[in-house]
Design a protein around this ligand. Structure first.
Ligand code: PMV
Length: 299
């Protein structure tokens, strides 16, 4: 029996722009998905915690198919449990994919490196979703704060992190395709927005190195304005973002594809509770989370 877990993530900057090769910064958070593999005589069986979202098993099936190039897999039980809300922008698909591949790697002694696990995870997301940047799978594998497409680790985020969850599930592929349509219709306008978002990540890299959370927050607010401009915010997310800002967050924005899902606020650690309460009162749910340095790990 082997058991592996992998973390979810929040985007500080760069969702959507990263699909077009621009930079993004993401940070792993201490919500994890756990995958346990035991051998079985009855073929491959998947018991998933994601019962309300059968599509999630698709990630496991495709990961398994990709892994079969390295070892022949017949007769295993895969069982999944997760603390990451699904379809929320917190990277539950990447976490289940990465934890599955790492567990298979251990069970079948295939010696894949972390980079190879992240790459196989990205290929899996691409096949399932049609479009996916390497952000979620890379940060879920490596943990900590990362910048992509550079695939470089940055110093840890040490301020408070609060997440607001609208409770409205969203589809990443649908949001990505809506943004693509807008970009194709108005390239001379939307291309500039994507460049600008990418530049925020470049500037963000310097600010993360200096722990300058006030400026990071300021730029997150600018990033939110541009996400709104490309049509991925919804009123519920705006209400939560404004509630966090009114309570003194350094900055607040959508995390992930938008159209539902979650927002993230950075703040002084002793303001987390007040900000979480304000977000929760404004609409949906909220929770305080912590950045984590740990990526995929054996349990
Ligand atoms: O909502 P999530 O966690 O699936 O993030 C989507 C982020 C996008 O940039 C919109 C797409 C991607 O693959 O990076």
């Amino acid at each position: 029996m082997v058991k592996y877990s992998a973390p979810g993530k929040v985007f500080l900057f760069g969702e959507h722009a990263v699909v077009y090769g621009k930079r993004a910064i993401a940070c792993a958070i201490d919500l994890r998905t756990t995958v346990e593999i035991t051998s079985s005589r009855q073929g491959v069986r998947i018991q998933s915690a994601f019962k309300d979202e059968p599509d999630k098993n698709q990630y496991i099936k495709v990961a398994l198919k990709k892994f079969q190039r390295f070892a022949s897999v017949d007769g295993i039980n895969i069982s999944v449990s997760s603390k990451i809300p699904v379809a929320s922008g917190l990277g539950s698909s990447a976490a289940v994919t990465i934890a599955t591949i790492a567990a298979l790697n251990d069970e079948f002694q295939t010696n894949l490196s972390l980079e190879e696990i992240a790459a196989m995870g990205h290929q899996t997301e691409l096949e399932v979703q049609g479009a996916a940047s390497p952000t979620d799978t890379f940060v879920s594998t490596m943990g900590g704060t990362v910048i992509v497409p550079d695939k470089k680790k940055l110093p840890p985020i040490t301020c408070g992190v609060v997440v607001g969850y609208t409770g409205i599930s969203k589809s990443t592929s649908r949001m990505v395709s809506r943004v693509r349509t807008l970009k194709e219709r108005y390239p001379e306008i939307i291309d500039g927005i994507m460049d600008c978002i990418g530049n925020m990540s470049t500037r963000g890299e310097e600010l993360v190195a200096k722990n300058d959370y006030k400026s990071i927050g300021e730029l997150m607010n600018v990033n939110q304005g541009l996400l709104d401009a490309i049509g991925v915010s919804i009123p519920e997310l705006s209400v939560q973002v404004n509630a966090a800002r009114s309570c003194g967050a350094y900055g607040a924005k959508i995390t992930g594809a938008g159209g539902g899902g979650c927002m993230v606020a950075l703040c002084e650690p002793d303001k987390c509770r007040e900000i979480a309460t304000a977000i929760g009162k404004s609409c949906g749910d909220s929770f305080i989370t912590k950045p984590t340095a740990e990526g995929v790990r054996r349990e």
